[in-house]
Design a protein around this ligand. Structure first.
Ligand code: NAD
Length: 352
């Protein structure tokens, strides 16, 4: 295994990262990056993503952006961890040898970074990897009587949707139109929660087999084209696919008045967040509403070990955190993403 520490202090947008690693094990076709943004609140934590990138630099940037967002997510969700993230470049199929080698590398970091599932890595993978390092978190719910991490991420988004709907005068979700992009682990569960609550749900996924699978489970779900879903005339648009959802160009297509989804790093630039604010569209900061997974996964390291009741209580609180951000945004007339970033930065600032 080749491991090198990378300096990012010369890249303005990423100069605050505490540590960045490049790891490579050619014998199992493993290569990736770990970004550790902040350990101010505690050891860094964040999921591991397995994804195909056109350029390794894109993978590095993804790890750096996502790890910074993790710092903000930890700060705003109240867990005593810092922000980190790992990405593995998908050069072929994921296999046990690759996962073992990766877990052994994570072990060498001796707990300054703990990790769990993300896009392309599920709880079966983390269950297997935990054989090689105690710093791999998030095991299969069924085997340990734990709540599922992706389900808890979906629950946080669902609670945020409920909260916003209530604040804007609706008692429940009956008849509310929601479009969910990405029907994966989180999106699929969100669809279930929304349909059970009587919402009218549209969904899309680039994976046709996945669309069929979810549509089969929930016949009320209306499947639409992924290229069209963001521009549907619905009440709520919920991005639950991969990140970088909104660009300065495509943001103009969004018709929904509320944007509340699980995907990380939804805003490609701050101008996109400003656009939502200036056009009276309420953008719920992604790292606030999708913190349910983080809350679930880190609970096993909290006092007394994993406690489902504590997890559910903390996820419920996501709605109040969101409400606080919305109120400050209204009072100070500042976009919601800015309010959230400022609150989070204050919490992780060493100078405060
Ligand atoms: P997943 O891999 O299970 O699902 C993602 C789905 O999105 C896949 O089915 C994929 O085919 C689909 N997709 C990809 N690009 C698409 C596109 N352009 N249009 C439509 N569909 C597309 O991942 P997940 O665990 O459900 O995570 C979804 C998002 O939520 C990610 O951004 C992830 O970082 C974020 N998130 C996940 C968790 C978690 O616990 N799983 C927690 C917090 C945030």
């Amino acid at each position: 295994m080749l491991v090198e520490k990378i300096k990012t202090s010369n890249i303005t947008e990423f100069k605050d990262h505490e540590q960045v690693y490049h790891f490579k094990d050619d014998s199992v076709n493993l290569e990736g990056y770990v970004g550790i943004h902040s350990t101010f609140l505690g050891p860094a934590t964040g999921g591991t993503r397995f994804w195909s990138y056109n350029d390794p630099l894109d993978a590095l940037k993804d790890a750096l952006q996502l790890s910074e967002a993790m710092s903000y997510k930890c700060a705003m969700s109240g867990v005593k961890f810092g922000g980190g993230k790992a990405v593995i470049l998908a050069k072929g199929k994921k296999n046990k040898n690759l996962l073992k080698s990766y877990a052994e590398f994570i072990d060498t970091l001796q707990g300054i970074f703990t990790t769990g599932p993300d896009v392309g890595i599920d709880e079966v993978d983390t269950e297997y990897m935990s054989n090689f390092s105690p710093f791999i978190l998030g095991h299969k719910a069924t085997q340990h009587e734990r709540l599922g991490t992706s389900e808890m991420a979906a629950r946080g988004v669902y609670i945020s949707i409920q909260k916003i709907i209530q604040v804007f005068g609706n008692n429940d979700l009956k008849g509310i139109k929601v479009a969910v992009k990405g029907l994966g682990k989180v999106g699929g569960e969100l669809v279930r929660l929304l349909i059970d609550s009587g919402a009218i749900v549209y969904g899309s996924d680039i994976d046709i087999a996945r669309c069929k699978y979810i549509a089969n489970l929930y016949p009320q779900l209306k499947i639409v084209d992924s290229a069209e879903i963001a521009s549907l005339a619905v009440d709520i648009y919920s991005p639950c696919a991969i990140g970088h959802e909104f660009t300065e160009q495509n943001v103009r297509n969004v018709k929904a008045n509320f944007i509340i989804g699980a995907a990380n790093n939804q805003l490609t630039t701050t101008k996109v967040g400003d656009y939502f604010y200036e056009h009276d569209k309420l953008y719920a900061p992604d790292y606030i509403v999708n913190a349910g997974g983080l809350i679930n996964i880190t609970d096993e390291l909290d006092e007394g070990g994993y406690t489902p009741e504590r997890v559910l209580k903390r996820i419920d609180f996501i709605g109040d955190t969101l409400l606080n951000v919305i109120n400050i945004s209204k009072i100070n007339q500042v976009a919601t993403y800015k309010v959230a970033d400022e609150l989070a930065r204050k919490k992780i600032s060493r100078s405060v």
